[in-house]
Design a protein around this ligand. Sequence first.
Ligand code: 3H9
Length: 689
Amino acid sequence: MERLGDIAVIEVSNPPVNAVSQPVRAGLFETVAQAAADHQVKAIVICCAGRTFIAGADIREFGKPMLPPSLPEVINRIEATAKPVVIALHGTALGGGLELALGGHYRVALASARFGLPEVTLGLLPGAGGTQRLPRLVPFSGAVDLITSGRQIGAAQALDLGLIDKIAEGDDARSAGLDYAKVLIEESRAPRPTSALPCNPPEPGALDAARTRLAKSARGQIAPQKALDALQGACDLPFAEGLTQERALFLDLMNSDQRGAMIHAFFAERQVGKLDEIKGIAPRVIQSIGVVGGGTMGAGIATSALLSGLSVTLAERDSEAAERAYAAVTGLLKNAVKRSKLSEAKYVQIKAECFKTTKYYADLAPCDLVVEAVFESLDVKKEVFGKLDAVCKPGAILATNTSYLDVNAIAAMTERPRDVIGLHFFSPAHVMKLLEVVVADNTAPEVTATGFALAKTLGKVAVRSGVCDGFIGNRILSQYRKALDGAVIAGASPYDVDRALVAFGLAMGPYAVSDLAGLDIGWATRKRLAPTRDPCEAYAEFADRLCEMGRFGRKTGRGYYLYAEGRPTPDPEVDAIIAAERTAKGVKTRPLSAQEIVDRYMAAMVNEAARVVEDGIARRPLDVDVTLLNGYGFPRWRGGPMYYADRVGLDKILRDITTLAAEDDFLWQPAPLLQRLVADGKTFSSLNT
Ligand code: 3H9
């Protein structure tokens, strides 16, 4: 604490994000009491050193015994202070940090500050008074939105809502806090405890409507519903009782599996970029990107880059294709304007200054990095890379967006294999968070580091993958798809499978996803791999039959499902095709329970993931978790497949695999790594170093 005249300034300093760890709580508890007792102090300012105001409770302390004082105790003490307490905010005031701010009497923020209660994204609810104080300051619907979505808002919106009192000019929150405190002293303003305010009333039926909405949008998650319970308490109970109820609900969630899973996901996403091979290596500077191919993937990649402030030149084979690509990209940008992700002025500027299409490869010459997103054929890609190598400037990185093909073979077509890398985006590329950074044999570490830096610029999560057919994600996908096709041959329908996995937490079932992506994509891959397919593999043919009938999914109105009026409905014709295959193969079918389907899915996924880790394609189990969470719709509240496997027990997964081998001993060969871990009594997490 520092005293400047009649103002006490308490500055929290706990890099990197000023998390309220136990020492910070203890320090605040003590210094607030000192300032309150100091007769010369007329007002108190709480601010933070470094890049941000408090970004929340210290997540690393969760799951360990909680040491006093608790954050609610600290905040209650701040609020009970008989002198005005000003909270000066900058950076990101999140979770317990924002709750602490709500406990202050006046809030001033820099214009760049952001605010949020992201606890639900960690399987929690605000547990330091956030659910009780926020609806006393902002409209009830605003509190429900912020608390149940976990989203962040900017200073202007926070001011509109009544969350803060003032936006200060400049870039010094501490000075802004001091100036505000001086005014309060001059005007003899009294403390203004939030808890003394009445709770803003909800619109009639608002809580029930929110429950119904969240039951769909946050299906399977406990925290958002519990947060609504706490908010209901804010309406119905006196403040102190509401606070007690909130604490009880928070502690329940703290003990839940979902909290463990989501915090694993949080740290895994930060760990995934920590790789010895790029430690301390400066990435190349990327300002302009070339994209070859303006189809769905290429247009999405271009949009993602433009939205992140990069310049893009997109090359297509002729003028008509280039025009179509231009319209596709500007259409996606226009949608971003509609969804308030981009301002109209910025849109106009991007169109005028940052984006062009061309039919000449030579126009890609000045680009710092070029991503190829053309047809998925090795011959086509090799040709493109030969041309790119000839025109691109020295030091430009040449990246392929292939989902399966051999990046080494593609790199070999150039004189600069050190500058060649795989950047595997997921569709739609301007939305999906995952980027697999595929490191080929000769890729320079600096180029790998640039792949990770680019992902950060694009707001994506990058995972390092080695080269193999399908890399981390699609290689695992292809195994669990075979296992699910096996479940269908054994007796489940594709609809049973989709239902079971949606109930497990996937947003969509795998067969519905195939229909959305187009069944012809998987068909092309199967045909490509057919010559190398092992004759012992129990190959399910029904997907090929559907494709032969022109049933390519949604785009043709028929796939696994029928899409009359756009809504998917099960199709008896598909059941008949599957039944015919079972009969031809002499399979004696039986019904499969939802649990059996989930167990097969998980066993296949985890088994292949163990091979992917053992082969060094994924560096660690956590890289697999981050891949499946961000690119394949694996439910975040289950932490990822490897985390899930550790929780249910690797011995159980191995037992399932051994049992399933009786049905198909080609597919269900246990991965040696899984066997070793079970024999040694270890978990996947023991390999997450
Ligand atoms: C809560 O507050 C509960 C309360 O309601 C009730 C309590 C009773 N704790 O993300 P970055 C680390 S729940 C510990 O790369 P950025 C992070 O691991 C909490 N560590 O930076 C990383 O470490 P390392 C609610 C944390 O600039 C480093 O800081 N709050 C915490 O891209 C840099 O992080 C949240 O959920 C933490 N709370 O983004 C906010 N936060 O260098 C979570 C970060 O060793 N945090 N670290 O890898 C964030 O959203 C982002 O970190 C933030 C900065 C936006 C702040």
